[in-house]
Design a protein around this ligand. Sequence first.
Ligand code: CP
Ligand code: NVA
Length: 305
Amino acid sequence: MRHLLRDDDLSPAEQAEVLALAARMKQEPFAHRPLAGPRAVAVLFDKSSTRTRISFEVGIAQLGGTPVIIDAKASQLGRGETIADTARVLSRYVDAIVWRTGDQSRIEEMASAATVPVVNALTDQFHPCQVLADLQTVQERLGRLAGVTLTYLGDGANNMAHSLLLGGATAGMHVRVCAPQGFTPDEQVLRDAKDRATHTGGGVELIGDPHAAVAGADVLVTDTWVSMGQEDDGLDRAAPFRPLQVNAELLARAAEGAIVLHCLPAHRGDEITDEVLDGPHSAVWDEAENRLHAQKALLTWLSST
Ligand code: CP
Ligand code: NVA
């Protein structure tokens, strides 16, 4: 039994297998029913969601399974039942547990007590389902992953930065992170991504200057400057993050034919301009759609391992 708690839980070969399956799922959305029976999947949310919730619910149904969507705060988990006890009980009802929560230690605790696969649907530290969809989108648009230069501009310490580092390095990409001082990635995640990159021919770099960071890049990625749960932390982000805005001027310095990704929701006029988000280089709507295909592939893969 396997879990997906962070991006490097998949080896390079396994990640490639899931992505190939995701491409097939997209071609034939109703041809794969590994959860028919039906098998049930619990999808729990401690935080808000539009894409993750709906893509899992629709995807599980398309696979022939029964999605059980739970607002965790309204469950006994929200009243203090332990994570481990919740994992034991859920494992008696469902065939997989998908959870969006806060600290990574929470989902690790769920996985260690569960007897079914556990999938990270976003924690404070990682968002691996999103990055599978991002990689699927890059593969579709550019025809390759290995050797592609991807620049992430924004909060280098958030879930998207960490997952792009690990997931991109696993795919053999050259991942550049451009983040303000005080918002750089976790040192251990950087070491893990560098280690992974040495096995895949990829690379990992921190570049402070946004012009240098985007020069010649094939993919630009950004994300909100204020992640869920950080709304009231009192940190001034606008001033240090403003030079990292993905706008036409920055995009012009990337490679010709570069694509732009954003996991959404976007804060138009902050981390990205309307002109870029709605422009010809933007792949964000395909990226959002690919959540569905990538997660169906992941659940299929997990159900067969
Ligand atoms: N990108 C993403 O995870 O979106 P939601 O927060 O809407 O699920
Ligand atoms: N970094 C963002 C991603 C949202 C999908 C957050 O955690 O709020």
